[in-house]
Design a protein around this ligand. Structure first.
Ligand code: PDD
Length: 280
């Protein structure tokens, strides 16, 4: 596999980063995951805009620019022969040489890494037909979840808790309301209304979320952006998640309680279909 590191295309085993890199020592970095379907990048612009927003929020310098990044994404897709899959991009504050809590001088070169993940047929995931099961766990992440940082330890713990409970993922709960899934945004459906948490500091502002809400509005569905509880979700007609890696994925069980008929519902199925159709 060819990867990209600080301006160079390299075989993955030759791409090396300093042990003093602040991404490694302090999780001082941001990332994006962009999906590829049929060789085409999905929502590249949205990811580029959110990347800039994350960098700005952390007072980090963009080591490149949007057009160059697009070029790198395309080049990696071509070199690695990706038809369906994902491109991971990470920018960290670089390696100033010593461990220090304070940010290093602005001229410290950031580290930028991109690599691809091949996922043949990812749009035809069998889970779209069966739906997924989730448990709820307390949201113990930090208070700026709208910045897409590489501090993913708590979401990893959440995935492990889900696994231990024999389910697929966890929905995180804070002050009785659902924030989001470990790596996705959460939704419920009641009648013709889609409910999903408003965009604030508590959740990542999903790029897939923006697209799906746009398609839902175009399809005359009603959208309420507000918090909801696990109890409300368990009583909803449907539930689903969105992310660049799952697109729209139905949720059929929450904490052992079936949602609706306990099967993927028509709204999630329709939104998934529209999303995949419009994106490809
Ligand atoms: N995760 N919320 C969280 C906490 C996420 O990590 C993600 C994405 C999303 C959905 O955002 P988007 O629609 O832009 O992918 C919401 C990516 C896929 C990941 O970490 O692999």
């Amino acid at each position: 596999r060819t990867v990209y590191l600080n301006g160079d295309y390299l075989p993955e085993d030759q791409a090396k980063v300093s042990i003093f890199d602040r991404g490694f020592l302090m999780a001082d970095g941001v990332y994006e995951v962009t999906s590829v379907l049929g060789g085409k990048l999905i929502d590249f612009d949205g990811h580029a805009v959110r990347l800039q927003r994350s960098l700005d929020a952390l007072d980090m310098t963009h080591p490149s620019d949007k057009d160059t990044l697009l070029e790198v994404h395309r080049e990696l897709v071509a070199r690695n022969g990706i038809t369906d899959g994902m491109i991971y991009l990470q920018i960290t504050r670089g390696a100033p040489g010593d461990r220090d809590f304070a940010y290093p001088p602005k001229d410290t070169p950031p580290t930028i890494v991109l690599f691809t993940q091949d996922k043949p047929g990812m749009a035809d995931s069998p889970m779209a037909k069966t739906g997924m099961k989730v448990i709820s766990i307390p949201d113990m992440r930090w208070g700026r979840r709208d910045i897409k940082t590489v501090q993913l330890l708590y979401p990893s713990m959440g995935k492990m808790m889900a696994k231990a409970a024999g389910v697929d993922d966890a929905w995180m709960v804070e002050e009785d309301t659902v924030t989001e899934g470990t790596s996705n945004n959460a939704y419920i459906v009641k009648g013709n209304t889609i409910v999903t948490r408003q965009r604030d500091h508590d959740i990542l502002h999903g790029i897939t979320r923006a697209a799906v809400l746009r398609f839902a509005a175009e399809a005359q569905m009603k959208i309420e952006e507000r918090p909801f509880t696990i109890a409300e979700a368990q009583e909803a007609d449907e539930a689903f998640i969105t992310s660049a890696s799952t697109f729209v994925m139905p949720v059929v069980e929450i904490d052992g309680v079936a949602v609706g008929a306990g099967k993927p519902g028509p709204v999630a199925a329709r939104l998934r279909e529209i999303y995949l159709e419009e994106s490809r």
